[in-house]
Design a binder for this molecule. Structure first.
Ligand code: AHR
Length: 514
């Protein structure tokens, strides 16, 4: 039986509340053979500031529940949102990390200077075994970024052997001595990070040749095939993608990365405050955030040229808002607060990835704890869930669900002489036939009425959840950690065959139709 339904959403232009505009959304279930990979909802943990130390990995004396030194309230919170993978150890840190320093008895591990992030001493107490223990607790897949910038082919090759080889060798003997006889069977392997910058300042052609060489010796051991992920472009550097796709031996490549950060002011100098910003700056931030759509489309078009069957994944393994650090904190630790604006960025970006799930198979928010657009902030034994965390909680329904293609005609959000689409949306249908539609109203002032004509769609109940707050600058604090949290959404109803919903200004709504 042919399963075809279409969904028309009309936001009328008649006066309603502050003002209404027109949007049309059509969803066609018939052509949707694609899955929204759960790995789009991946996270990133670097040896940077208090992401690892003071985040995941705490002082043995800290009065919180722990396994070894892994903080379990954080583990529980991340398990709740089903994080599918965790990238480690960097970032820029990865290209100065030497894995052999992070194994064996902790008291005997050499220390190093973390030159990228604050020049602090890294004691290597959190290494390969600790990271993989963390992933086991989180029930997520490890994604290890290996050192190309300052490491050798031999070093990467032996790390893979240490991780994945089930037989006898001098390297696996050391793993056994360190308490892990069985291979870890790691699958995701990053071959360098930002090789155009902190990962070695390489040209695209030089990196492509290096990738071919390093990837050759990152072996696929029996039962442990690797998904090798190449270091891709910085933002709008299309030449990097073109050169790599043209010259790499694509059979070796599982994925190619893209890094893009939303910087409120657009300047790497004064990036703007995380908590103190005007509506104009909010608008500019969202305009910058929406450039992800252009980036994914244009890098994707280049990839299509060399890989029309879309075998190579686009891996956006660093994304999020990057602001000035919180006043009084270490500039090298990249600690920033997280407001409703961050949540709107997360909802919008995840909608973009969902809608490009034919090519985007993996993404990693930067970063999970206490760094940049974090999910969780900690202060000694205290922790709080950020607005961004709540978006990942709302959107987890899309993980591994069948993608429903959407055509959207959005009303504009106008600021001065400029405008951006006010509404963005993505939709999926899960294995229980529940349909989820995630809608983000970016307009700072206007609600959007959605009137939806549903055709060939059988549904009888509708429910929803919402994340919003009075002000765009609202945040969760250790004193008031529940200021922004998910609430039930009663603004959607069925009228005849239509779905009608009123999306408040600056809100994220996820509807469930059953
Ligand atoms: O996420 C912070 C840094 O941003 C990463 O270490 C690096 O890859 C990027 O430049």
């Amino acid at each position: 039986m042919k399963k075809l339904f279409s969904l028309l959403i009309l936001a009328t232009s008649v006066s309603y509340g502050y003002c209404q505009s027109v949007a049309t959304i059509s969803i066609n279930n018939d052509n949707s053979k694609l899955t929204i990979s759960r790995h789009i909802y991946g996270q990133f943990s670097e040896h940077l500031g208090h992401c690892i130390y003071g985040g995941f990995w705490v002082d043995p004396k800290l009065a919180v529940a722990k396994q070894d030194r892994i903080r379990l309230d954080i583990v529980d919170a991340l398990k709740k949102i089903k994080i599918p993978n965790l990238r480690w150890p960097g970032g820029c840190f990865a290209d100065e990390y030497h894995w052999r320093d992070g194994i064996g008895p902790r008291t005997q591990r050499p220390k190093m200077v973390n030159t990228n992030w604050g020049g602090i001493v890294e004691d290597n107490s959190f290494g390969t075994h600790e990271f993989l223990e963390l992933c086991g607790l989180l029930k997520c897949e490890p994604y290890i970024s290996a050192n190309v910038g300052s490491g050798t082919v031999e070093e990467m090759s032996k790390w893979v052997e240490y991780l994945n080889f089930d037989g006898e060798s001098p390297t696996t003997a050391i793993r056994k001595l360190n308490g892990h006889p069985a291979p870890f069977k790691v699958s995701f392997l990053g071959v360098g990070n930002e090789s155009w910058g902190c990962g070695g300042s390489m040209t695209p052609q030089f990196y492509t040749d290096q990738f071919r060489r390093y990837a050759t010796y990152a072996r696929n051991y029996p039962g442990a095939p690797l998904k090798k992920i190449a270091s891709g472009a910085n933002s709008f550097d299309y030449n990097w993608t073109e050169t790599f796709m043209k010259n790499a031996s694509l059979g070796m490549v599982w994925g190619l990365t893209l890094h893009y950060y939303t910087i409120p002011t657009g300047s790497w100098g004064d990036k703007g405050s995380a908590t103190n910003f005007s509506e104009q700056e909010y608008f500019a931030t969202m305009k910058n955030c929406l450039k992800m759509e252009e980036l994914v489309t244009k890098h994707g078009a280049i990839m299509d040229k060399y890989d029309p069957e879309k075998k190579v994944a686009m891996v956006v393994d660093e994304w999020g808002i990057w602001t000035n650090v919180e006043p009084g904190t270490n500039a090298g630790f990249l600690f920033q607060q997280n407001s409703l604006r961050d949540a709107l960025i997360a909802g919008t970006t995840l909608n973009i990835f969902n809608n490009h799930c034919d090519r985007v198979k993996m993404a990693n928010l930067a970063q999970s704890i206490n760094v940049l657009q974090a999910l969780i902030l900690t202060d000694k034994e205290k922790m709080l869930l950020t607005p961004t965390y709540h978006v990942f909680d709302l959107y987890k329904v899309h993980q591994d669900a069948k993608y429903l293609p959407i055509k959207l005609n959005s009303p504009d959000y106008v600021e001065g002489n400029d405008k951006i689409p006010a509404l963005n949306v993505s939709a999926s249908i899960d294995s229980n036939k529940a349909i989820h539609i995630s809608l983000v109203n970016l307009d700072a002032n206007k609600s959007i009425r959605i009137r939806t004509e549903l055709k060939d769609l059988k549904w009888s109940t509708i429910s929803g959840q919402i994340l919003t707050s009075n002000k765009l600058t609202d945040i969760n604090t250790f004193e008031n950690p529940g200021k922004l949290k998910i609430a039930g959404f009663s603004g959607a109803k069925r009228e005849g065959n239509e779905l009608v919903a009123d999306l408040p200004a600056h809100s994220i709504v996820v509807l469930e139709l059953k």
